[in-house]
Structure formats: C-alpha cells, structure tokens
Design a protein around this ligand. Structure first.
Ligand SMILES: Cc1cc2nc3c(=O)[nH]c(=O)nc-3n(C[C@H](O)[C@H](O)[C@H](O)COP(=O)(O)OP(=O)(O)OC[C@H]3O[C@@H](n4cnc5c(N)ncnc54)[C@H](O)[C@@H]3O)c2cc1C
Length: 471
C-alpha cells in the first residue's frame, strides 16, 4: 500500500488530500494518506469568524469564478446552494486621488478601458493620460518572449498615469504586490496572449466582450456566474466540507519538524509530538520558506531557490459600525490607495455592500488592508494602534467619526507569496532540483503556480493526479 504524507492543511494541502482520495477510489488504487497541520484548525489563510450575526473573514473573502476549480469543488461537495456572489448591481471601485475617493470609470476591465464615454468623462485620469492610454491601439506588440514586470508592461502599453492611478493600487489590492517586481508571465499571461493576438489590450478586451455577448445571444454561453463568489457562512464552509469528506488520517496542532530520506528511497517525517511517520511520497503544501527549512539538509541549492520566493506581510482590520451613525452611502465595494497618496491604508472593502448577510441589518462592516509592499512595518503595530490608525484614515477619507461596535484584527506575517519577474523559471528549477535529489517529493500551493484559492485547488488536484499518474 502506498502511503502519502501531506505537510500543511491550508486549502492546497486539503485539495491535494481530497483529490488523492477521489482519484484513488475512482482508479482503484490502494493508497493511504496522512495530512499534518501545525495549527489547531485546518484552512491555513482561510479564517472565518461568525458570531452575533456577523461573518468576518480574516484572510480571503471570496474566489474568482472565472478560474473554475473552487466553484467546481464547492459544487462537488454539495455546497451549490450555499454559494453566493458579490452584489454586482452595486459594484463600483473607488480610488483615492488627492485625498478624496474617486470612482474608477465604468467599463474599466481589470486595467483596460472598454467604454469610451465614462472613461472620457472620468476626472481620475488627466486628458493627456487618457490620450496616452488610447495609444495602446497603435503601439506594436513586444517582439521577444522574455518576462517583464507588470509595471513595465502597463507603462509600455497604457502609459505612466494608468500605472500610477489604476494598475498600481489595484495590484496592491489583489496581489499585495509591487508592480515593479511582479512577473507579468506568472500573474497576467492573459495580457500577453491579448497583446500577441490583437496587438492591443483595448482591442483584445473589446473583442472578448463581443464574443461573449454573441455566444450569449446564440444561447451557447454557460450560465453567467458572479465574478467573485463565497459561501453564505464564509469560506470556512468550504474548508469544513473538504475536511468532513476526508477519510484519511488528519493530524492538527502538530508540526512537521524534520524530513529524512531512508536507504530504500522512502521518507521519514518527524512530528512535534515525538511521533514518526513513514511515507512513499511527500507533498509539501507549506509556505516556501518552511519547505526550504525542511529540505536544507537534503539540497542546499533547492532550499536557496525556495527562499528566493519572497513573502510580504499584511494585516486586515474589520470594523463594524451602527448603520445609523454612518453618513457615507457605501455605494460600492470599497476603495484602493495609490502609492503616491499620503495614506497609510492599502485598500478598504465595504463588506456589507459587497456581500449580503455579513452583518446584522442595523450594522455596516468595513475591512481595511494595511501593510503590503508599501508599509509592511505597520503589520507589527498592536491591535489598538492599528484600529486607531485605520479610524483616523476612515475619518479623513469617508468622514466616519463613529465608535466601532466591533473590531477584529488579523496579522498576516510573511503570508503573501510574491511572484517576482522570473518566477516561472524559478519554479521550473525547483521542480527539476527536487526531481533529481528527492524523487517522490511534490510542492503545491500559493508559493508556486497561482496565489488565489482556485489556483491552489487546481495545484492540489494536479499534484494528486501526478502522484497517481492519472490524467
Ligand atoms: C489577507 C489575505 C487576503 C486574501 N484574499 C484572497 C481572496 O480574497 N481570494 C483569494 O482567492 N485568495 C486570497 N488570498 C490568497 C489565498 O488566501 C492564499 O494564497 C491561499 O489561501 C494559500 O493557501 P495554501 O494552502 O497555499 O497556504 P496556507 O493557507 O498558508 O497553508 C499552509 C499551511 O501549512 C501549515 N504549516 C506550515 N508549516 C508547517 C509545518 N512545519 N508542519 C505542518 N504544517 C505546517 C500552516 O499552518 C498552514 O495551515 C488572500 C491572502 C491573504 C493573506
């Protein structure tokens, strides 16, 4: 009987276990597995707290449905009726501009303007900046295939103002990342394909929208899902459903301390409770720097590559207020903050507008992101200091002076993997070095081939298939 050890019970480790179990059963493979998680709870970055009518996410709050793996897994686990989308009729994003909240013009898809009038009338971008963005229609595509930073790409195609006022704050909000270092190949391969095919991002976006509208008209389109989805009880519902369905050995509150290779090519894993487990194959689903520590004595070169994957820290500060005490209309999903603004926040989600059922009717819930590449040191402030800082900025930007009725703070130290330029090549080298030095060792999760929940689930499934040699 083959035995697999999965180290790390975040969404990637859990998805690996789920699909190992599923495909082993389907293919009648005799296999057992042990999943080891150092924390008392499974889910890693996914943390939902639910009490007094509030559902507060400490980490991720939703997943993107265009990448189908999270939606598919939720449906597979019987959670279809529990899925909810964002309230897209109220979708609007604000950008802080000279200390004020300005709406991102309607029709800006990701970073690319697709509707002329709202864009032309928007006060966010100067007339010269708009003209420069329009130049995208004429600028020839890049000739070579070398990776470049998102910042270089956006500046090349849409100009500096589009970078500073739209792309940089949105990217800080999504990837918690500095666009000057963010690899385009690893994060937006779609833009590269568009530039190649259409010679222009605007033409590419418009043509994709036209194709979608056409296929909807012909009745060929799949039912349209909201772009971002979650579960009524928060993302922990997905974690709990995966865990409840697992029949293998699940160990929590126990850390993997050591990993050794035995003479017969198998692995021994030493646990913090003093126990030892043996395995034929090992899946490491921890942050890359933990994997580096575990593998240092086996391959210094591999550990060095793993440590090169940088991580950034953030904090999320959720504040609730009596609705009656908030004058701001909260008419959107929240705001993002460009680096150039003298503001200590990264982004703020107006949670009770973005999702239904996150707060009692007489309350509003806001969630603020602090830290990231702009002001990482702020993550080390105490909870009280963070609340004071956030309240000061919300007073200035949104006129909120009310006392919060509830505050929940999460410090996420070294939690956001950064896909710097050259990331794909680094991951290739890691896989190559592991295949040479440690056969049967697999890596999966947000450090490697996609940070979002759907990509972590996809990687878990691919890892399971690779272990079982199924397609
Ligand atoms: C604040 C925040 C907001 C986010 N928002 C979104 C969002 O809205 N949508 C989205 O799709 N993504 C979002 N992300 C990204 C996404 O949540 C993560 O990339 C993803 O959950 C990571 O999953 P993972 O399994 O790869 O890693 P993790 O969740 O980090 O899991 C790794 C696990 O390994 C365990 N571990 C570590 N060392 C050991 C050891 N020695 N022995 C045993 N176990 C160990 C850890 O305790 C942890 O549980 C967000 C991330 C953060 C931090």
């Amino acid at each position: 009987m083959t035995h697999i050890i999965i180290i790390g019970g975040g969404i990637a480790g859990l998805a690996t276990a789920h699909y190992l179990q599923k495909y082993a059963q389907e293919n009648k493979v005799n296999l057992t597995y042990t999943l080891v998680e150092k924390d008392p709870k499974f889910g890693g970055k996914i943390v939902t707290s639910a009490s007094d009518g509030f559902i507060i996410e400490g980490g991720p709050d939703s997943f993107i449905s265009q990448k189908p793996w999270a939606y598919r897994l939720a449906v597979e686990l019987g959670l279809k009726e529990r899925l909810i989308g964002t309230n897209d009729d109220r979708r609007k994003t604000y950008v802080v501009h000279k200390g004020k909240l300005r709406p991102l013009p309607d029709g800006v898809m990701l970073i690319v303007p697709t509707r002329f009038m709202p864009f032309a009338l928007s006060p966010l971008i100067s007339p010269l900046g708009k003209l420069r963005m329009g130049m995208d229609l004429f600028i020839p595509p890049k000739k070579d295939d070398a990776d470049e930073s998102l910042s270089d790409f956006i500046t090349r195609r849409l100009g500096r103002e589009a970078l500073d006022k739209i792309a940089e704050p949105l990217m800080a909000g999504i990837y918690v990342a500095d666009p000057m270092r963010l690899s385009l190949k690893s994060t937006f391969p779609r833009f590269i394909a568009m530039e190649k095919k259409y010679g222009s991002l605007i033409k590419g976006m418009l043509s994709q929208m036209k194709a979608r509208a056409q296929s909807a008209q012909n009745g060929n389109a799949a039912p349209k899902l909201p772009l971002f989805m979650t579960l009524r009880g928060g993302l922990m519902e997905l974690v709990n459903a995966i865990v409840d369905n697992l029949t293998g050995e699940l160990i929590s509150s126990v850390r993997v301390n050591e990993l050794s290779r035995t003479a017969d090519g198998r692995y021994t894993v030493e646990l913090s409770n003093g126990k030892v487990r043996r395995a034929d194959k090992v899946v490491i689903a921890t942050p890359a720097y933990i994997a580096a520590d575990l593998l240092e004595s086996h391959s210094a070169a591999l550990a060095t590559e793993l440590r090169q994957i940088r991580y950034l820290s953030t904090a999320t500060v959720s504040l609730a207020f009596n609705r009656a005490e908030i004058e701001h209309p909260l008419d959107g999903f929240g705001f993002v903050v460009p680096k150039s603004e003298d503001c200590k926040l990264m982004a703020c989600t107006w949670v009770s507008t973005k999702f239904s059922g996150r707060a009692p009717d007489d309350q509003v819930l806001l969630r603020v992101f602090v830290g990231g590449y702009k002001r990482e040191e702020l993550v080390d402030l105490s909870d009280d200091e963070l609340v004071a800082l956030v309240r000061g900025e919300l007073r200035r930007l949104m006129g909120i002076t009310a006392e919060p009725t509830r505050a929940e703070i999460y410090h996420w130290r070294k939690s956001n993997a950064q896909y710097d330029v050259g990331h794909i090549e680094r991951v290739d080298r890691i896989e190559q070095l592991a295949a040479e030095a440690l056969p049967g060792m697999h890596f999966t999760g947000s450090a490697f081939k996609g940070v979002g929940i759907p990509d972590c689930i996809r990687q878990g499934e691919e890892t399971a298939k690779a272990i079982l040699s199924v397609k």
